[in-house]
Design a protein around this ligand. Structure first.
Ligand SMILES: Cc1cc2nc3c(=O)[nH]c(=O)nc-3n(C[C@H](O)[C@H](O)[C@H](O)COP(=O)(O)OP(=O)(O)OC[C@H]3O[C@@H](n4cnc5c(N)ncnc54)[C@H](O)[C@@H]3O)c2cc1C
Length: 920
């Protein structure tokens, strides 16, 4: 008998049952468990969550709001209820969830319920894993959430997809997940109705499957309420009030609520909620249309769970559904939902069916599962789903207001990830930190431009298509929409010289310069549609050699820059920095800024320009984060002024062994007149007030020139004119990256983060305990005594064929004596070493007990290391200090400064500096 569309009466009957069983009233009832047999009878309707209107929730009262609560959560979707649940699990029970309509009525009710445990990044995988653990815990408590661990098959029709899946398989093994690469024949055995002849193979994950999203998150809500959380439906948040920079209260249509914390979990509406307060908060989120088809039964009457299928090359997912099929995807190009205002009453509703957009998916579905052509469509579900400009969720404290948190922008993975995201957020609120670094989700990764509505709408058209895209390296930096928004005054000059740009914090930065031989390709097409040797390899090679053997010019304008001014500037910066910044005027210091755990909140250069004026230069991505850190630690009594001068200066780095000779054209740049780690204001041609710092970020000799924007073009022309005699070559960030990776220099946000300490990454020599108190000092002193359990290493791959093997791109598992020991952070081809170079952290993990054993240099030096790249392990030589690269000393330039390692201990550096002084 065909499965009939349920009537309203049937729904009501179902929800009465659901209310009785899904929502046990007492804890003893709860532990008795859900009557599975009963549920089975309801399953055909319950599984079709779109049609199952959970009246159990609508019966909950909305009788006014409390006058106060510790935490107010805005939004009763999967994310809001998960945040509330995890907060109450952590013992914070005074939590109120405010829902403008009916809980679970937004995107959550429309979800197809697919869940998988593998994601392209380590953090995203952890979020999915936390969610999975949460599902198991809920089931143990007696709830049936419609979980089917039917396994998943991710299909590969093209070879790069296969490599992508192999990379994920490597990561899965390292994380201890069960996964397996399968041949097309094996795929056919798992799902006999699939057409498999065109496949390379697939990745099988046994523990994946699907849930009933509405049942699942009703259970989560129920548990939160049993823990003491309150749900108020029909309650619209209209604004958040702030006092002294922190959340004070929330305004609603039912009255105000005084609170300490506010969490914006408003899904597609989260950007609107963020705009509604006194202070605008950046939540760059907007919905795209997401459709799936549900068919009447088409498969024979078998009681079998078929795996869920991710057919990403065909841009669709599917799963068996009551012997029919559920298949979904996005239009090409994706369609932005609600081009105008998002209606607040869009609850338990769908967008209009769009068969025209779905037609290509349907055609591909019929090719993949030919028997579907016999199936009658039951329903085409079209729902709005919130996307972000970089395809990653927004989770953490807002940049603008203390105790204003955000958990939104789930990019089509919300019901598979909400519980895990809620756990991270609850950890942040209740403990101040999480087990893992969460920078990739942090709201401080945005500037105002990212929150610009037109920018968001333009970019999410692209990021929503990433749901099915191959995870090629640099995808985010080379997005093709909403470009050329933030450019330096030298943009056009670089462009004319063949620059191919990447976008970092919205800023266009030359990545490399196209050589004459490469001119055939349009610029962005140089971008790796490959995991192997990229099209730009030879261009970067030429730039690299210019920087190592002659002179290179690199644009550093996008770096974040802050002026710190005031009588207490020294005291203030000494408290923030672990190095001693109380240097003479003209001194430059490389220092970390740490959190209480000793981890790097920031890694920056501090230049003392005047007695009470400093310039802090931080990584490009730190512009919002660093500003917030600086503001948060301002002395209560005042006396410090901070100005973000990022946009005031164009920064050019002249680097290489001939840099000094070139710069001598503009003044005395000898080591005696202008030593390392110092700065001076110089003239270049007719231009004045150019701040020159004798530093580079790659270990080469060089100067960073901070040029007021109006002089930038002129100074650039002077430099390139003078540079002709020194073969000055334009170099991009890829050359800079490979230079520093080969030198074993760590970069914040790429290698080190808020969980890394200087002892772990070989930078202890920059920590000056003797100078007095600074943030993180106690934790670092403790670690100095106790020792570290992980270490930053450089691994040089052996037996890797750069022309035929997939390259390492970061995130690869590292094995030590055959056991998982860590992951790579950044990687690059070392043009001097002639090898693939990987940086990363290793731990000595006991394979049997998984305990972390003490780390000794013997263990590192005497162990056999391997790096697994796309399923194949490459033996690797390990370095704990920078390798001694052949020195580049031209006879006609005996004063050329040789490379000094940042990984050496303090004595090493002192010896070097002394030697330099003697040479001079
Ligand atoms: C068609 C479709 C299929 C999908 N399939 C899957 C899938 O298979 N697997 C998967 O993991 N994910 C899937 N998703 C994504 C998933 O459904 C979402 O990511 C997830 O439900 C988002 O949850 P949320 O809590 O952030 O948002 P929502 O569920 O939309 O909840 C936000 C809530 O906030 C409330 N709110 C907004 N503004 C206010 C205000 N001012 N005051 C009070 N309340 C307010 C809203 O009313 C709403 O209830 C799918 C999405 C769609 C549309």
């Amino acid at each position: 008998m065909p499965y009939e569309k349920a009537t309203a009466e049937q729904y009501n009957a179902v929800v009465i049952e659901v209310e009785r069983y899904v929502r046990p009233k007492t804890s003893s009832q709860m532990h008795r468990g859900f009557p599975v047999t009963k549920l089975r009878l309801l399953q055909p309707i319950l599984q079709d969550s779109v049609f199952c209107h959970h009246a159990a929730l609508s019966t909950l009262s909305s009788s006014g709001v409390p006058s106060q609560a510790r935490v107010v959560v805005c939004g009763g979707g999967a994310v809001g209820v998960s945040v509330a649940y995890q907060l109450t699990e952590a013992g914070w029970n005074d939590v109120v969830i405010l829902e403008q309509n009916i809980a679970l009525g937004g995107s959550t009710v429309l979800s197809a319920g697919l869940m998988r445990r593998l994601a392209p990044s380590f953090l995203a995988t952890q979020v999915l894993e936390y969610t999975n653990q949460g599902f198991d815990a809920i089931i143990k408590k007696g709830y049936d959430i419609g979980l089917h661990r039917s396994g998943s098959l991710s299909l590969a029709r093209v070879s790069d997809r296969f490599i992508d899946l192999q990379r994920q398989h490597s990561a899965a093994k390292a994380a201890g997940f069960e996964s397996e690469m399968m041949t097309p024949e094996e795929v056919g055995k798992k799902f006999p109705y699939l057409h498999t002849a065109d496949l390379y193979g697939a990745l099988w994950c046994a523990k994946d499957g699907f849930i009933n999203p509405e049942l699942t998150y009703a259970a989560v809500l129920d548990l939160a309420m049993l823990n003491g959380a309150k749900l108020i439906q029909g309650c619209l948040v209209t604004g958040v009030n702030v006092e002294k920079g922190a959340v004070k209260s929330v305004d609603t249509n039912l009255g105000p609520i005084a609170c300490e914390y506010f969490v914006n979990c408003a899904g597609l509406w989260s950007r609107d909620v963020a705009k509604s307060g006194f202070r605008k908060i950046r939540v760059p989120v907007h919905p795209c249309e997401h459709q799936y088809l549900v068919t009447y039964p088409v498969f024979p009457n078998e009681d079998k769970d078929y795996p869920i299928i991710f057919d990403m090359d065909e841009r669709m997912y599917m799963r068996a559904h009551n012997r029919g099929i559920l298949c979904g995807g996005f239009a090409v190009p994706p369609k932005v939902a609600f081009p105008g205002r998002i209606p607040p009453d869009f609850s338990k509703k769908m967008l209009p069916e769009d068969w025209d957009s779905f037609q290509p998916i349907l055609e591909r579905l019929i090719q993949r599962v030919p028997s579907v052509h016999l199936a009658e469509p039951l329903k085409l579900v079209n729902g709005p789903e919130a996307f972000t400009p970089d395809g990653r969720s927004v989770m953490g404290e807002s940049a603008e207001v203390k105790n204003y948190y955000i958990a939104a922008g789930m990019n089509a993975k919300g019901t598979a990830a909400a519980l895990g995201l809620g756990r991270l957020l609850a950890d942040k609120v209740t403990k101040g930190s999480t087990e893992f670094e969460t920078w990739e989700l942090d709201p401080r990764r945005f500037l105002d431009m990212h929150n610009n509505r037109d920018f968001v709408k333009a970019r999410i058209k692209e990021t929503s298509s990433w749901v099915f895209a191959i995870n090629y390296p640099y995808r985010e930096d080379t997005a093709r929409t909403a470009r050329k928004v933030r450019t330096s005054p030298l943009y056009s000059s670089f462009k004319a010289q063949g620059a191919v740009f990447g976008q970092f914090m919205g800023y266009e930065r030359p990545l490399f310069f196209v050589t004459d031989q490469m001119n055939a390709l349009p610029d962005l097409d140089f971008f790796p549609a490959t995991f192997g040797k990229p099209a730009w390899h030879s261009a970067v090679e030429a730039e690299y050699h210019a920087c190592r053997h002659g002179t290179g010019l690199i644009d550093l304008s996008s770096f974040s820059k802050f002026e710190i001014k005031g009588k207490k500037a020294v005291e203030y910066l000494q408290y923030l920095c672990s190095n001693d910044v109380n240097v003479p005027v003209g001194g430059v210091v490389h220092t970390g800024m740490h959190n209480e755990r000793g981890g790097y909140e920031n890694d920056c250069t501090v230049a003392r320009l005047q007695e009470n004026l400093f310039l802090v230069v931080a990584p490009t991505t730190q512009q919002t984060r660093c500003r917030k850190w600086l503001n948060r630690h301002l002395p209560k009594e005042g006396g410090i002024g901070i100005a973000d001068v990022t946009s005031s200066y164009t920064v050019i780095n002249i680097i290489g062994p001939l840099a000094r000779d070139l710069m001598n054209n503009f003044g005395d740049m000898s080591q005696a007149a202008f030593p390392f780690f110092t700065c001076q204001t110089i003239n270049i041609g007719y231009a004045s007030n150019i701040l020159a710092m004798n530093i580079t970020h790659t270990g080469e000799t060089g100067w960073a020139l901070y040029i007021p924007n109006e002089y930038a073009l002129y100074v650039y022309e002077c430099l390139t004119k003078a540079g002709k005699d020194y073969s000055l070559t334009l170099a991009g960030h890829f050359a800079m990256r490979t230079l520093r990776i080969e030198r074993f220099y760590a970069f914040w946000g790429q290698d080190i983060d808020s969980t890394t300490t200087p002892f772990e990454c070989g930078r202890a020599f920059r920590v000056k305990f003797e100078k007095g108190n600074f943030i993180g000092r106690d934790a670092l002193l403790k670690q100095q005594t106790a020792g570290v359990t992980r270490s930053y290493v450089q691994l040089l791959l052996e037996d890797h064929d750069m022309d035929t093997d997939p390259w390492p791109w970061g995130g690869e598992p590292i094995f030590c004596n055959g056991n998982f020991a860590g992951r790579t952070t950044t990687t690059g081809y070392g043009y001097t070493l002639g090898q693939q170079v990987c940086l990363g952290f290793v731990k000595n993990i006991d394979p049997a007990t998984k305990t972390i054993l003490p780390l000794t240099s013997d263990w590192i030096q005497n162990s056999k290391f391997e790096v697994e790249v796309a399923g194949r392990r490459f033996p690797a030589k390990v370095n704990v200090r920078s390798p001694r690269l052949p020195a580049v000393v031209a006879f006609e330039h005996p004063e050329v400064v040789k490379y000094v390692t940042t990984q050496d201990d303090e004595t090493g550096v002192k010896k070097f500096v002394k030697k330099m002084a003697m040479e001079i």
